[in-house]
Design a protein around this ligand. Structure first.
Ligand code: HT7
Ligand code: ZN
Length: 877
């Protein structure tokens, strides 16, 4: 694939004002007739030929203004249609193509999921349906007529509002849909199938009644109840928080089982991976419910941030994705516990985005070049993109942020916008120059922030020096200082929050406890400080940076006790845990005696004792960092086995010390009534699982007995899977028996079996590679279904540090084999799987060598897809 560069952006040479699509569904030869109302773009190149995008298309015929064209009038290939000469005034082009949905294993364009027909057009799937100017800055009004067999596809859906429908000869029927809102082709969607529906309605703030429907496999309608509730809450929230009202008469969601990502925000017709729609207490965990709520909200919020205002080009992807992630995170924070949501979001950012930013796949939130756009739906664009929006709000304040958003919606509605357009609204609302802040969009890499305090007991002053630097990333060796909002507080001897006075900071910075660091270094001397204070920096994780080094242990213990910022209280516990684990790692390397961590364990005992006040928070604070967290924090020469042993050892030490305190908590929380997915109940279940783990860590036999009875008696999937997770770790016959019983109970339910696959793939043992290989032969596994592949292979390679990185290279061999087998069928999925190797350079030399060999082998394959080639090449760069 050729490189596409942001600097090369040019407006399209033609505009397509209206599109009339007539699609006749057939399993292997669907007929597509597209009638395009074209005119030259005044901003395009005068006299340019008309060049339309295609991908794997079969052309049947072309008509210009109703006149059939001959082959001498155009050049056609599967990937383009070129007309050298077209009228200077407006004209219509009718293009007929044939597509084979059954053969479409890429799941991009028109394909079949089970017995249904569905589409996925973002980013470049529309060109696999018809020839088009398949770029996000060409906005058209669509009318779509869908025709299908009445038995096979009684439901026929597309974007917009239903216009008419009727019967046809030969058992066929049709439906016409019209979407009055101009949209880019990536938001086009169509569904045809025999589906059940859960129906409801929503009355908007201006009193319009919207018909809502969620289409699912027959018999599963009740499992969409939570998704429907989440949808209605999202619609209300967007009205209340952003003044955004829904605009069509209907809003439809369709759940399909074969989908490359989580969901897609097609105008008025969202298509979802069924994992993010279907839930019942017996089949879904608390995490699944939270995921459904978040994804339903995310796709709904795109109606304004993405659809009504779209992106000028794919480099601006963060404009819709970062902003919409920010909006869905805020929604979840309002629906649930803000503190727990923030901790979860930051954990997610550190898990997925920090390694991306620190490795060979690093790119700016707004990339400047791509070879394959599908590889840029990344944690950097989404999650770091959301953090930039959050920093902007922090800097200018809630009210000014809302004014800026209002200007954005008002000014850019119906357009394809850029990051500059977006920022201009906030510059106007706040009166600030945001040009320096904008560097967050173009500079890759995670900045490192350090704080250094110096107390002068004579002068009663405390000097705080903040420094920032960003390590180089591929293609960007020089880094500039960024605008970093550092939320902070000082705590006195007795844990009291200090009043801040300093000539070195603006009054508003002191009042808000927010320092704006804009240079590489800034020193602030606080006056009237009676004794050496403890600094709470980066409160609420006010910027996506690494704070290094963590404060001293005594200060962390103090923060854990007195900080009124829950995020930093949690962070203090994590930092103490990291310190205790790395002390064990160091001792193991030196062959020294294992260090104990009494101070840390004392702090955990206090959290456990007060856990009832906020069970979810306590569970988060008591959870040790994962091995993946440890590997990231170590940063270089990572030996997964050493990290595993150190973490496991500390877990045992904590269990021996706190198991007795944890058991009564476990027993008390086991007495919960009927299942409810609300955040408070979920928090209690989280604490219960944590308490059980503490008991098992100190006394594995007792833990196993409790887990076995919880597994057998569980009234919901959260408790059942929690018990199974512990049994999987403890091993032995009990584990195998529980896995077998779980399968017997849930066979036939693919989404539940995904949990069964994942859990087995993450058993931290060398034998897991063989288990994964065996499971690939299981009749319920399939390489053609992305959810199955992600739950088995994705879980193994991303979430099983010791198993995947087995020293014999068997995990790497397995991943290599699967990537190469999958690549011709579903390149997007293959490329994503391969990204599991992105942090290979942080491993110790032996494993590094093994991975490099496999990456070179993959990159050297002759017929690799652009997707996988791009990842392999960049990973090696
Ligand atoms: N905007 C959607 C992205 C998406 C996607 C991208 C590439 C290939 C397939 C895809 N399916 C969905 C989803 C979202 O961010 O809301
Ligand atoms: Zn999105």
């Amino acid at each position: 694939n050729v490189a596409v560069r942001l600097v090369d952006y040019r407006p399209a040479d033609f505009l397509i004002d209206a599109v009339a699509l007539d699609i006749s569904l057939d399993r292997t030869a669907s007929k597509v007739v597209a009638t395009l109302s074209l005119r030259r773009n005044p901003k395009g190149a005068p006299g340019a030929p008309l060049s339309l995008d295609g991908d794997d298309l079969t052309l049947v015929g072309v008509k210009l203004d109703g006149r059939p064209l001959g082959p001498q009038d155009y050049t056609a290939a599967p990937d383009h249609l070129l007309l050298e000469k077209v009228p200077d005034g407006p004209f219509t082009l009718e293009i007929e193509t044939r597509v084979d949905p059954s053969a479409n294993t890429q799941l991009s364009g028109l394909y079949r999921s089970g017995s249904a027909y569905c589409t996925q057009c973002e980013a470049e799937g529309f060109r696999r349906i018809t020839y088009f100017l398949d770029r996000p800055d060409v906005l058209s009004v669509y009318t779509t007529r869908v025709e299908g067999d009445k038995g096979e596809a009684p439901i026929l859906l597309s974007n917009g509002n239903p216009v008419k429908s009727g019967n046809l000869p030969d058992g066929r029927h049709y439906a016409v849909w019209r979407d009055p809102f101009p949209k880019p082709s990536y938001l086009f969607a169509l569904v045809g199938g025999d589906l059940g529906a859960l129906r409801d309605s929503f009355t908007t703030m201006s009193g319009r009644k919207i018909d809502l429907a969620i289409y699912v496999e027959h018999g599963k309608e009740a499992r969409a109840t939570y998704a429907m509730d989440a949808l209605k809450r999202s619609m209300r929230w967007d009205e209340e928080k952003f003044g955004r009202e829904y605009d069509l008469d209907v809003f439809n969601i369709v759940a399909v089982s074969d989908f490359n990502m989580g969901a897609m925000e097609n105008k008025g017709l969202n298509i979802f991976n069924d994992k993010y729609v279907l839930a019942s207490p017996e089949t879904a965990t608390d995490g699944d419910y939270a995921g459904i709520e978040g994804v339903i909200a995310h796709e709904y919020f795109h109606n304004w941030t993405g659809n009504r205002i779209t992106c000028r080009d794919w480099f601006q992807l963060c404009l819709k994705e970062g902003l919409t992630v920010f909006r869905d995170q805020e929604f979840s924070a309002d629906m649930r516990s803000r503190a727990v949501e923030r901790i979860g979001d930051v954990r997610g950012l550190r898990l997925a985005q920090f390694p991306e930013d620190g490795g060979p796949l690093a790119h700016p939130v707004r990339p400047e070049v791509y070879h394959e756009i599908n590889n840029f739906y990344t944690a950097t664009v989404y999650e770091k993109g959301a953090e930039i929006v959050r920093m902007l709000r922090t800097l200018i304040g809630d009210e000014t942020f809302r004014r800026g958003m209002d200007i954005y919606f008002e000014r850019f509605d119906g357009t394809a916008a850029t990051v500059e357009d977006y920022l201009s609204c906030f510059a106007e609302a706040s009166g600030r120059d945001l040009s320096h802040f904008a560097l967050w969009y173009s500079q890759a890499g995670t900045p490192i922030l350090s704080t250094e305090g110096a107390y002068d007991p004579q002068a009663k002053t405390f000097s705080l020096t903040l420094k920032q630097h960003t390590p180089p990333t591929p293609g960007q060796s020089e880094k500039k200082p960024l605008v970093v909002p550092v939320a902070f507080a000082l705590f006195g001897e007795n844990g009291e929050k200090l009043e801040l006075a300093s000539p070195d900071a603006r009054a508003d910075e002191l009042a808000r406890g927010l320092i704006e660091l804009t240079d590489a270094e800034r020193k602030i001397t606080f006056a009237g400080v009676a004794s050496r204070p403890v600094v709470s920096a980066l409160r609420g994780f006010s910027a996506p940076v690494r704070l290094e080094p963590a404060p001293e242990s005594a200060d962390l213990e103090k923060l854990l006790a007195c900080d009124d910022d829950p995020f930093n209280r949690w962070q203090a516990a994590q930092s103490l845990a990291l310190r205790a684990i790395f002390a064990r790692v160091d001792a193991a390397k030196k062959g020294a005696q294992t260090p104990q961590a009494p101070g840390f364990i004392g702090a955990l005992r206090t959290i456990l004792a007060g856990a009832d006040a906020d069970p979810a928070f306590a569970a988060q604070a008591l959870s040790l960092p994962s091995e993946i967290d440890l590997a990231r924090e170590a940063g270089h020469d990572v030996d997964p086995d050493v990290l595993f042993s150190a973490r496991y050892g500390l877990r045992e030490e904590i269990g021996r010390a706190l198991g007795a305190d944890a058991e009564p908590i476990y027993r008390r929380l086991s007495d919960a009534g009927p299942y409810s997915p609300d955040a408070a109940s979920a928090g209690r279940r989280m604490l219960k699982a944590l308490a059980l783990d503490l008991v098992a860590a100190g006394d594995p036999e007792k833990g196993s007995a409790l887990a076995r009875s919880q597994f057998a008696a569980a009234g919901n999937m959260t408790d059942r899977l929690g018990a199974l997770t512990l049994l999987a770790l403890l091993g032995g016959e009990a584990r195998e028996a529980a896995f077998a019983a779980f399968y017997e109970q849930y066979k036939g339910d693919a989404l539940v079996l995904d949990k069964w696959f994942s859990l087995q793939a993450t058993i931290p043992e060398p034998a897991t590679t063989k288990r994964v290989v065996d499971l690939m032969r299981h009749p319920d596994f399939s390489l053609t279904n992305p959810n199955r592949v992600r739950s088995l292979i994705g879980a193994f390679s991303n979430a099983n540090l010791t198993g995947f990185h087995a020293l014999d290279g068997s995990g790497y061999d397995l991943l290599t084999r699967i990537v190469l087998e999958l690549d011709p069928k579903n390149p997007q999925l293959a490329a994503r799987l391969l990204s599991a190797l992105r942090s290979w350079r942080t491993l110790e030399p032996r494993r590094r060598g093994l991975i490099e060999e496999r990456l070179r082998h993959i990159a050297a394959q002759g017929n690799l897809s652009p997707d996988t080639k791009d990842i392999a090449t960049r990973a090696l760069s």
